[in-house]
Design a protein around this ligand. Sequence first.
Ligand SMILES: [Zn+2]
Length: 199
Amino acid sequence: MNLVSLERRLREIESRRSGEPTVYLAWGRTTAEAKDALEGAKRAGAVSERDEAVALVWPDAGPVPLSRWIVFGRKHEDDISDRELEILYEANEAEAVRNEREAAAERGEDLSGLDDTDVRIRVIRRTSRDLTGDLRFLAVRENPRPEMHWAAPGPGLVRPCGCPTCQMGETSPRVVFPAYRAQFDAWLNRYVPSEGLFA
Ligand SMILES: [Zn+2]
């Protein structure tokens, strides 16, 4: 995944929502813990009701990140880890899908035939200022490239990697790439058939 691009998009989302590229991240091992962390920050006066704040579940092993304010932008990119950004991005997306479904339901519109990806694309089509770029970004995120060894390491002639997993086909582009390409094309045909995104 391209984290620079992810970070830029998050910043756009945040600034569109609040005018301020800042957000308070409250972390917990569970939804209840994360919500408690957010409530605690509000009681302590670190966060007000007007502030952009989000309760996030840390799903990984290892220590839970510190709950804190984050400012997006080039000068602050070390303030948040790639994994935190990823989880924040997914939470943003999930919220956008929820809001879209709720707003549609209030208008009496039936979205039950759309899966979450359809709804995300619907939101992108309505709000994007760079439709092709945003659809491409989603397509790449939804279809991460599997690990492939394109060549043996070292100088000299490029030759196929002969490591054990490549011999098994698990990391060999000759085996993995066609399968990946087919999966990607199927995704494009399913969700954005007439967009010609990667033609
Ligand atoms: Zn290999």
